[in-house]
Design a protein around this ligand. Structure first.
Ligand code: ADP
Length: 288
């Protein structure tokens, strides 16, 4: 199983004629609400890839719909706390006619996940299960420590990048995934190349160029599947959920990476995030 300590956001899209200026009141022409947050996306991807994905997180009293949507996507939502006095995490996204956007983020319940929720979820984990984390929640180091005591496989996606957050969990990690920009940022922050970090499995995703796997002093490059990219939102989250789900059910890492790249390639041909993450059947049947 994959235990994912992660964010859950309401992505609130307001379509506007232009991005609002200081002091301006602007009418939106339409509104859509989607499920978002890197954590939620990764849980959905892992579930769609066939894993038992247990999401550890929190929403507010206004977040029941998000929990229900996660459940529809096959995520185990028993360890999502419903907090009475904190709003669900939100991304307030204004999108202009050219597709340019500006985003206001409210961390909300993502920064108030109760310790008891985390402990209660991990109490169910068995040795060899995966703990996955990203940087949109607190208590990553504490969770990593608990996971190490339980002999879990500890995976971390260093996004949104924050040098202090990564270095704090680095000694605990079995698996680290970064995109190209984050890999450069980490190298600048630590003065070490990804090979020198001492993490057994490091994956650097390279967008349309594919992905690189660093393992036991060796590097292996995987070219991306050729597709026409429409919307790359959620590609990295899909990759992460898929690669860990595949590993969790025993696939060797090279095969897990190839499967994850197939899923991510399909994902970039679609508009949207959690709602359009492909399932295992689509991914295995896709022809590139
Ligand atoms: P992030 O979204 O986290 O920045 P990347 O942009 O590196 O991550 O993309 C993650 C993965 O998605 C890549 O490793 C690749 O497998 C896939 N991907 C991204 N862009 C494309 C593309 N244009 N064509 C095919 N695959 C892509």
């Amino acid at each position: 199983a994959i235990y994912n300590l992660g964010s859950i956001n309401a992505d609130l899209f307001y379509h506007v004629p232009h991005l609002p200026q200081a002091g301006e009141t602007l009418a939106a022409s339409s509104f859509t609400r989607g499920l978002g947050g890197k954590g939620a996306n990764m849980s959905v991807a892992a579930a769609r890839a066939g894993a038992h994905a247990v999401h550890i997180g929190a929403v507010g009293h206004d977040g029941l719909w998000a929990q229900e949507r996660l459940m529809e996507f096959g995520v185990d939502t028993r360890h999502i706390a419903g907090l009475p006095d904190t709003p669900i995490g939100q991304a307030i996204i204004t999108v202009d006619q050219a597709g340019e956007n500006s985003i206001v983020l409210l961390r909300g319940a993502n920064h108030a996940i109760p310790q008891t929720t985390l402990a209660g979820a991990l109490a169910e984990a068995s040795p060899g299960d995966t703990l996955l984390m990203q940087n949109e929640t607190l208590n990553q180091r504490k969770a990593a420590k608990m996971a190490r005591d339980l002999d879990l496989y500890i995976a971390y996606a260093a996004a949104p990048f924050e040098a202090a957050a990564v270095t704090e969990v680095l000694p605990f990690l079995d698996f680290l995934i970064l995109n190209e920009v984050e890999a450069t940022q980490l190298e600048e922050a630590t003065g070490q190349t990804p090979e020198q970090l001492g993490v057994p499995d490091v994956i650097i995703t390279l967008g349309g160029k594919g992905a690189r796997w660093l393992h036991k002093g060796k590097r292996q490059d995987f070219p991306a599947f050729p597709v026409t990219a429409l919307d790359t939102t959620g590609a990295g989250d899909t990759f992460t959920g898929y690669v860990l789900a595949a590993r969790d059910r025993g696939l060797p890492m090279p095969q897990a990476i190839t499967l994850a790249m197939r899923a991510a390639a399909l994902m970039v041909t679609r508009h949207g995030t959690a709602d359009v993450i492909p399932d295992l059947k689509e991914v295995t049947e896709a022809r590139f």
